[in-house]
Design a protein. Sequence first.
Length: 231
Amino acid sequence: MNRRVFGALAVLLLILPGCDSDPSGRREAIYQLKRSGDPASLATIRERLADPEGEVRATALYALVELDVDDAFDLAASAAGDDDSFVRRTAAHCLGQVGGGGSVPILEGLVLEDNDPRVRRAAAEALVDIDDPKGLPALFQALEDPIRDVRLAAIRGVVRRAPEQAAETLASILLDDPEWEIRVQAAAGIGRSGRQDMLPVLRSAAGDPNEFVRAAVSKALTDLGSAPASP
């Protein structure tokens, strides 16, 4: 028996039902099986998609997507409806990795409707990774999310993909959002938009109480060909 087969069999013995009641041990076994990558290992990883522990299910899903199995999209799409928020977060990440138009409506549902802000943030980041114009409306709506990290993920995506289209929305955010990091992103987006009609908004924000926002506004004014206001 060669060493690779022996190693795979040893791992299989570790994760037989009842042999390991510790979820961390089952996760570690999945990592080892992933390194093996043979059909028997893949089959055992698939069995862990039904594990009672969410972190184990998430680990199995991620491993299978990383191994580029033929049904990676189907597995991630199914996991997006899991009761465990960690599994849904992992599913969002995997859908962003797998890509394709079928991922967009699932991610839209997560970013707009999931009750866990960490899932909404992961879904927003995945929509940006996919870079499909159909995902933009959900990112625009996520700019109004009550949670800072979700808004931050959404605005980074909007600034990266549609600054000109979003200029008016970014202007409102620059003047009104309570989080300075989000205002920084809004100023950067306006600077990238090429929209000269946004200059008055930037000048209004030049006195922002946060130094990083003021610096971003100054750069945006320069990007649009206007000299920053003198202090």
